[in-house]
Design a protein around this ligand. Structure first.
Ligand code: SME
Length: 150
C-alpha cells in the first residue's frame, strides 16, 4: 500500500464539495480498482441503537446482506470484538455469511469514533490468503481518516 494511494484516499475524503457518503463510495471504488485482490470493498455502520450493522457505501457486486445482526458472520463478530478479523480461507469459518461463491478470503477492520466502535470496513477477495499486516495497517489508516469526517 503505497504512500501515493494513501494520499489519494486523503484527497477524496477531504473534498468538502462532495457529500460524505459519496466520498466513502469513492474510497471504496479507489481501493477496489487499485488493489488487485480487493474484489468487494464496503462499509457497514451500526444501525442507530440496534444491535445490528447496516450496509453503507460499497464497490463490487450487490449483496443481500444489507443488515447483519451483531455476532453473526465475520462482520457481526467484529461489531462485538472491536478487533481486526483476517480470514485467510472463508471455508475454515463456521460463523461466516457467504455473499458470493467466488469469495475465498475476507478482512474486516473496525472503525472507531471517539473510541466507540461505530462500524467497519469489509474487504472480500477471490484470492486465498492474500491479506497481510500491510493491509491491516492501511485499512486502519483509512478508517481513522474516515472517522475524522463523520
Ligand atoms: N462475509 C461477511 C458478510 C458481508 S459480505 O462479505 C459483503 C460476514 O461473514 O460477515
Amino acid at each position: 500500500m503505497t504512500d501515493k494511494l494513501r494520499s489519494e484516499v486523503l484527497m477524496l475524503l477531504k473534498d468538502e464539495s462532495v457529500p460524505v457518503n459519496d466520498r466513502l463510495q469513492r474510497v471504496c471504488e479507489l481501493l477496489k480498482e487499485r488493489i488487485s485482490y480487493y474484489d468487494w470493498v464496503g462499509f457497514y455502520f451500526r444501525n442507530g441503537d440496534k444491535e445490528e450493522l447496516k450496509l453503507g457505501p460499497y464497490a463490487g457486486n450487490p449483496t443481500d446482506h444489507t443488515i447483519i445482526p451483531f455476532g453473526k458472520g465475520i462482520c457481526g463478530q467484529v461489531a462485538v470484538s472491536n478487533k481486526n478479523f483476517v480470514v485467510p480461507d472463508v471455508k475454515a469459518q463456521d460463523n461466516y455469511i457467504a455473499c458470493s461463491l467466488t469469495v475465498k478470503s475476507e478482512i474486516v477492520i473496525p472503525l472507531f469514533k471517539d473510541g466507540v466502535n461505530i462500524g467497519q470496513i469489509d474487504i472480500d477477495s477471490n484470492t486465498i490468503d492474500p491479506f497481510g499486516k500491510a493491509d491491516e495497517e492501511f485499512l486502519e489508516f483509512v478508517n481513522a481518516e474516515v472517522s475524522k469526517i463523520l
